[in-house]
Design a protein. Sequence first.
Length: 144
Amino acid sequence: MKNNQPINGPVVETRLRVRYAETDQMGVVYYANYYIWMEVGRTAFCHERGFSYRDLELNHGGYLVVAESSCRYKAPARYDDEVIVRTSLQSVQRRTARFGYQIYRVDGLLLAEGETFHVLVDRAGRPTTFPVEHLEVLKGSVSA
């Protein structure tokens, strides 16, 4: 997240255990796996807040594409560590959403902080607007 910005609004925590396949030869989690964990956290956040990616795609033809992402690594995660992905919605507009993430080991050690910025597109890949019901749910997930 930009400038160590704290997570805003409701936070959804997702617990994961590091799998052997997620580590490199040194036993440390390969950097790209943090983005997978962010996706797991984002999906859990949306489900808990009453927003379904599947409904958006199937019933409205909308797809949340990642337009920008960042991750700052603070400490390594290792095989069999239990981690917590803290996910929140930082901002939402008619066509965009920004999620923030903090990834901790269960003992409280901050492993990484990240952010993803998404643009909603239609089936042809053109920017489109969130359906009203999805936008209302998402806007209710951002603190003022």
